[in-house]
Design a protein around this ligand. Sequence first.
Ligand code: ADP
Ligand code: ADP
Length: 226
Amino acid sequence: MAQINITNVSKIYAGGVEAVKSVSLDIADGEFIVLVGPSGCGKSTLLRMVAGLEAISKGTVEIGDRVINDIEPAERDIAMVFQNYALYPHMTVYNNLAYGLKNRGTPKAEIDARVAEAARMLEIEPYLTRKPRALSGGQRQRVAMGRAIVRKPAAFLFDEPLSNLDAKLRVTMRGEIKQLQKRLGTTSLYVTHDQLEAMTLADRLVVLNGGQIEQIGRPLDVYHTP
Ligand code: ADP
Ligand code: ADP
């Protein structure tokens, strides 16, 4: 586990769009931060810079005591959960969960133990030998979360992970993420446009607007502000 320190971070895309403008945000160890704001305000860009999927134009991002600007995504000790699941279609659920650990040279016994634990937590044990296409949307999203959990990363990054699910399943999965958060206590940065998700999950909410932090606070304080 680790804190995340984002300091004066900007993103200027080729063509000159300044999508994120000198944002600073200190996330405590174990804190769950939800990023909200209108479409195009820079949420995804900020998350992707922390993830290493987008170069940081200015400023620094630290995870724990490491400045991660120049560290490869795979070496950042973070795990990302996407809205489109990003599962390997040709691999079984077990192999989807195990793949990242295998690549890191984790011993087989340790991989099996971690996969079993994550599968139990997420109730996907019956599906370990299936391929993603044989799963429902909710099951796929659980596999995507399982792949993040088995890494035991210092931080989780979530990019609208529930937005492809129907309304009923979103409510269920929201509850499950909340439970996981309590159980694992992993520092998290979560992007959503769903107010209920934000209210339920956030320790602190960050409202971005035009690439800048407009408001930051506990969910009730932010949403009760006129
Ligand atoms: P959000 O996630 O809040 O919807 P984004 O981070 O996707 O916002 O986008 C922020 C701004 O950056 C928008 O104006 C968007 O058009 C622009 N943008 C996003 N990605 C790119 C890109 N690859 N190249 C140029 N501009 C981009
Ligand atoms: P992790 O190390 O987080 O477990 P993987 O090693 O499984 O992730 O995947 C490495 C990268 O490939 C990740 O960025 C992941 O999003 C991406 N990826 C995963 N599945 C697919 C896919 N089916 N097609 C393309 N890219 C994928």
